[in-house]
Design a protein around this ligand. Structure first.
Ligand code: MSP
Length: 513
């Protein structure tokens, strides 16, 4: 049985509408998933919604509706966004689904039976915003850091998961597995956290008087489980834990997450939960940075958010996907600005790519009866264009495999500019005025070269801009493909193909109704 390439995103909190940060993570993961499919892997790509916890319960109380109503409506919103973003996920998991509750209860019972969970009294501080217990040590200048919001004192009995005993094992595991966290420098954050001081055991229960909106502990109906214990488990639920499917999917190849949720949930709690259950660890975490707005993390609580749907509405799905991929160096932060968006849209998409396509179709219609002609000349301009492709082509695969998508797009657009330059040099519109057979041969060659070069450029744009790439293929008469095999080789594949009608792929926004 061959193992699938299993890739997941974080599951979004059901406590507000999606913003640019949520949309970006899905696009990034989708690009990896689409690329792997083109490389011949069988992919399982899962995203979803994290629906339990205090924030959702409080929002429901405020609105006077049952929590599930809020979740249902947000699930629709988030799933609608995935559709608008052309996300190719194979599953969408919601933590209120029965399949998930069953897995969470199953593993809680297993850990309890193994003696990994115990009951103890807790007397200390609790952060309502973070839904976690905090200690005096976390105070900065005698005050609780802003991220904790209101901190209250509580005394209660709770269940604890024996995290502390796995500390040395985890240090050793992460140290000996360099490729576990991408980018590598994030491993240092994990190590710093792990080596700072002894880990505390993790409180994995919340008494129902305080929180009802959660999954009940199977061994004590007075409690529900901690929202992170519940949420992290989604990765094995969706992989089919407890069924034959599981072996085909697990371990996950990549958990794609933002840098804020690496430590402690993904790098500490999750590996230890799996180890305690004798389940293999995920192979790697792909950790991206944040979209910032005026220098701060874009988030619901800080106010300034960009609604991805507005941008998609105005500029189209693929323009949005292009922008976020071109601007974000995976792992670093990136500042969003509408000026930058417009500049990329106008210069890269509308001018360079869009004009190239319409120029070719226009000239094909006028000079070669709407067909891709035969190439018969190979002089300096042709050689230069082919050489440029050879240079770009060898760089693309390692850039895609190494998540350097911003650089890959830069290289592809260098090639697109190269095609435009080639057109300027050959100036087919001038050649068309001559009846000399040598000029006619150059005219035909130049259109054939432009078409073939365009076909090649959009092969590797496919994972990033799936719809536009397919459209361009249709316009130059190139067939669709499922695998990359052979697609990047320069050839005469389009000779005789019918060119499409002149099309404007990236209309200037002001021209839109
Ligand atoms: N529910 C948890 C994740 C549980 S995973 C088992 C959560 N949800 S979230 O809605 O707050 O964030 C979902 C993802 O979006 C996270 O990976 C987070 O890092 C990412 N982003 C949220 N805001 C972001 C930006 N401003 N920029 C980029 N991504 C950020 O955390």
């Amino acid at each position: 049985m061959s193992k699938k390439f299993y890739i997941t995103t974080a599951i979004d909190y059901a406590n507000g509408s999606p913003h640019l940060g949520h949309a970006y993570e899905k696009v990034l993961t989708d690009i990896v998933a689409r690329f792997r499919r083109l490389m011949g892997d069988e992919v399982k790509f899962v995203t979803g919604l994290d629906e339990h916890g205090q924030k959702v319960q409080m929002a429901a109380e405020k609105q006077g509706v049952p929590p599930i109503e809020i979740c249902n409506s947000l699930a629709k919103e988030f799933q609608g966004l995935c559709e608008r973003l052309s996300i190719s996920n194979d599953d969408y998991i919601r933590t209120t689904e029965t399949r998930h509750k069953n897995v969470v209860q199953d593993i809680l019972q297993k850990l309890f039976d193994k003696g990994e969970i115990y009951k103890a009294d807790y007397n200390g501080f609790y952060s309502v915003r973070q839904e976690q217990f905090v200690t005096e040590k976390e105070k900065v200048d005698g005050k609780w850091p802003e991220i904790y919001g209101e901190v209250v004192q509580v005394t209660e009995s709770n269940y604890f998961f024996k995290l502390a005993q796995y500390q040395d094992w985890l240090i050793e595991t992460i140290q000996s597995n360099e490729s576990m966290i991408y980018p590598r420098f994030r491993s240092a954050d994990v190590m710093q956290f792990l080596k700072k001081e002894p880990l505390n055991d993790l409180c994995i229960s919340r008494p129902k008087e305080r929180l009802e909106w959660g999954i009940e502990l199977p061994f004590d109906s007075n409690f529900v489980t901690y929202v992170w214990f519940d949420a992290l488990t989604n990765y094995i639920t969706a992989a089919g834990y407890g069924t034959d499917e599981f072996e085909k999917n697990w371990p996950a190849d990549y958990h794609v997450i933002g840098k804020d949720i690496l430590v402690p949930p993904h790098a500490i709690y999750w590996p230890i939960m799996l180890k305690a259950l004798d389940i293999e660890l995920p192979k790697s975490f792909l950790v991206h940075g944040w979209w910032l707005s005026s220098g701060a993390k874009m988030s619901k609580s800080t106010g300034e958010v960009v609604n991805p749907l507005d941008l998609i509405e105005q500029f189209g799905t693929d323009a949005f996907r292009y922008f976020v991929t071109r601007e974000m160096n995976v792992g670093q932060d990136s500042e969003f600005s509408i000026e930058l968006f417009m500049s990329r849209y106008n210069s890269d998409l509308a001018n360079d790519l869009g004009n190239l396509v319409s120029r070719l179709l226009n000239m094909g219609g006028r000079y070669t009866e709407g067909k891709v002609p035969a190439a018969s000349v190979e002089e300096e301009p042709e050689k230069a264009l082919k050489d440029l492709w050879s240079e770009v082509e060898v760089e693309l695969m390692p850039l895609f495999e190494g998540f350097q998508f911003h650089k890959a797009l830069d290289r592809i657009f260098t090639f697109v500019s190269g095609i435009n330059k080639y057109a300027e040099t050959r100036a087919p519109w001038k050649l068309a005025k001559s009846e000399d057979p040598a000029d006619q041969a150059k005219l035909h060659t130049s259109l054939a070269y432009m078409a073939e070069a365009l076909r090649l450029a959009v092969v590797m744009l496919t994972p990033v801009m799936p719809e536009i790439s397919e459209k361009i293929r249709g316009l130059v008469g190139a067939p669709s493909f499922d695998r990359l095999d052979g697609q990047l080789v320069w050839g005469n594949t389009l000779e005789g193909c019918t060119l499409g009608e002149k099309a404007i792929l990236f209309p200037r926004p002001e021209r839109k109704a």
